[in-house]
Design a binder for this molecule. Structure first.
Ligand SMILES: Nc1ncnc2c1ncn2[C@@H]1O[C@H](COP(=O)(O)OP(=O)(O)OP(=O)(O)O)[C@@H](O)[C@H]1O
Length: 277
């Protein structure tokens, strides 16, 4: 199957300190209809990798080298205007905290509609019909279109963000810790919704998480990052059942068991430093 996204030898560093590599030689690919999870602890470079794909690296940082090929064309070097067209239309995005992305003084129907009128030029009845259908498709009754974000639960707000992110039927969805702020039951519902949408729309999904429980639920393929580098990648079955790298094994040891107990063994970072990467 042709790759939807190919990240090749991506390296990111602060503009002021180009030798301090925050993302180092990262390569992976994503196919339509599949979910690749990037997993690793805080600071391992997951978000910077995703932000690089979206062309949204903070100003102080730069892509030192590497290519990002989406649907057969490189995204590197696109102007801001060209990249704005790709984002939202061909690549959807959802983040951890929906409240910071939603405007509190506008109804959710208006905000979902704004995405459709901006990117697809819809208006009037066609717009209202599409907004209603989109809200229903993410499990929000269409009559809630007139609600404001603070009248919704955290899970419902994330559903609204998902509706906005899929409004233009993007080929790829990037989700950066979209369920971290939600309680476990709601988290499971949102993961199920994303998995269902991915299959129905044949989207490729790049899913960032630090949680191997989430990986087990949603991933087809897994990329494990440690200190800016990929230490292991493969199918979810291989990585979870037969982890090759000591860092992956250490992370898996920290996943709570069925009774919610954490493994007693802490990660031995000094030993990992010496492990081959
Ligand atoms: N604007 C920035 N300027 C300098 N360093 C940064 C900047 N943003 C991130 N970093 C550093 O880059 C490294 C990778 O950060 P990144 O946000 O990708 O980690 P992460 O794996 O997504 O972690 P988290 O799960 O906490 O978001 C970290 O060491 C972080 O401190």
């Amino acid at each position: 199957m042709a790759d939807l996204l190919k990240v090749e030898k991506l390296t990111v560093a602060p503009a002021a300190a180009p030798s301090r590599l925050l993302v180092n030689n990262v390569s992976f690919s994503l196919s339509p209809g599949r979910t690749t999870c990037i997993v690793g602890e805080s600071g391992s470079g997951k978000s910077l990798t995703a932000l690089s794909v979206m062309g949204l690296l903070p100003k102080a940082l730069q892509r030192v080298s590497g290519d990002i090929v989406f649907q057969g064309s490189s995204l590197v070097g696109l102007s801001n205007t060209q990249m704005c067209d790709v984002r939202g239309k061909r690549i959807g995005m959802i983040f951890q905290e929906p409240m910071t992305s939603l405007n509190p003084v506008l109804t959710i129907g208006f905000q979902v509609g704004e995405t459709l009128s901006t990117h697809l030029g819809l208006s009037g009845k066609a717009l209202r019909t599409k907004v209603a259908a989109l809200l229903e498709s993410v499990g929000i009754p269409a009559e809630r279109a007139n609600s404001y974000p603070d009248e919704l639960s955290g899970g419902q707000r994330q559903r609204v963000m998902i509706a906005m992110s899929i409004a233009c039927e993007p080929a790829m969805l990037i989700a950066d810790e979209p369920t971290t702020a939600l309680d476990v039951t709601v988290q499971a519902q949102i993961l199920a919704l994303l998995a269902d949408l991915k299959t129905r729309m044949n989207m490729g999904m790049l899913f960032i998480t630090h949680d191997f429980g989430v990986v087990a639920d949603i991933a087809d393929d897994v990329v494990v990052m440690f200190r800016g580098e990929i230490v292991e990648k493969g199918s979810v079955g291989d990585v979870l059942d037969r982890p090759q790298h000591p860092y992956t094994r250490a992370l898996l040891d920290c996943v709570p068991d069925a009774e919610g107990r954490k493994a007693l063994k802490p990660i031995d970072y000094d030993w990992l430093k010496g492990a081959s990467v």
